[in-house]
Write a protein that binds this ligand. Structure first.
Ligand code: ZN
Length: 87
């Protein structure tokens, strides 16, 4: 939708926008309405997808490769990893 603008902005500029949106999501989660939270989640995902496009990463493919077969740690769809482990 905005590929030419995104490419001109570059990965670094786009990353700064993502960080700004993450901050706005944080504020919305702390004190915003459900509608504001919804909008900020949409913004964060949109900017994340934008960076992936500019970086030449197929986000759907990346997600599927890493999480499509379950948790990367334990391999299960309902994670059984120890709580101290990531994720
Ligand atoms: Zn796991």
């Amino acid at each position: 939708m905005y590929y030419e603008k995104d490419e001109a902005r570059g990965i670094e500029g786009t990353f700064m926008w993502l960080m700004e949106e993450v901050g706005e999501l944080s504020s919305a989660l702390r004190g915003g309405t459900q509608q504001e939270r919804k909008e900020e989640f949409a913004d964060v995902i949109a900017w994340l997808a934008t960076i992936a496009n500019v970086a030449g990463i197929d986000l759907a493919e990346a997600l599927n490769e890493k999480y499509g077969s379950g948790c990367p740690g334990c391999g299960k769809f309902v994670c059984t990893c120890d709580d101290a482990e990531k994720p």
